[in-house]
Design a protein around this ligand. Structure first.
Ligand SMILES: [Zn+2]
Length: 150
């Protein structure tokens, strides 16, 4: 039987991710309180979040189109496990709602936080709207969460 050895060490690492050309433009638009999707010239499908290639046609996408900051909830869950928020380094309090939202004008869904975390008040097909951060900075969390519309 071997003895378990524990060595405590704090690593000082800095991470930097390349968002890519499409996400760079998407984030720049967020900074101006706009949401843009990429539309395929072949099949017309509008991708949000934007991606560089159409999954149907394999065409490179370059046509930017505005979409609304309101849409339809097409899937949702309530998360009961706190997660480490990569932007703040702190735990996000649970429970919280997560949803797949198809914004008006887009054909794909955006995965984002929901203001509502009560399962009795969540349902497929609900209309939701983005709640924007007052101090926009060009990141996905410029949208704090989506609120359910009355
Ligand atoms: Zn296409």
């Amino acid at each position: 039987m071997s003895e378990r050895i524990v060595a405590l060490h704090t690593m000082d690492l800095t991470w930097r991710y390349a968002s890519g050309e499409a996400m760079e433009r998407f984030c720049a638009a967020l900074c101006e309180r706009r949401i843009e999707a990429l539309q395929c010239d072949g099949c017309g499908r509008r991708y949000l979040p934007p991606r560089p290639m159409c999954g149907n046609c394999r065409l490179r996408l370059s046509r930017w189109v505005p979409v609304a900051d309101e849409g339809t909830l097409v899937a949702w869950t309530v998360v009961h496990v706190p997660i480490l928020d990569g932007r703040t380094g702190e735990l996000r309090p649970a429970p919280y709602g997560m949803g797949l939202i198809r914004l008006d004008g887009a054909d794909t869904t955006l995965n984002h936080f929901l203001a509502e975390a009560n399962p009795a008040r969540l349902a497929l097909g609900l209309r939701v709207r983005a709640v924007w951060r007052p101090d926009l900075r060009g990141a996905m969390d410029d949208i704090l969460h989506f609120e359910v519309l009355p």
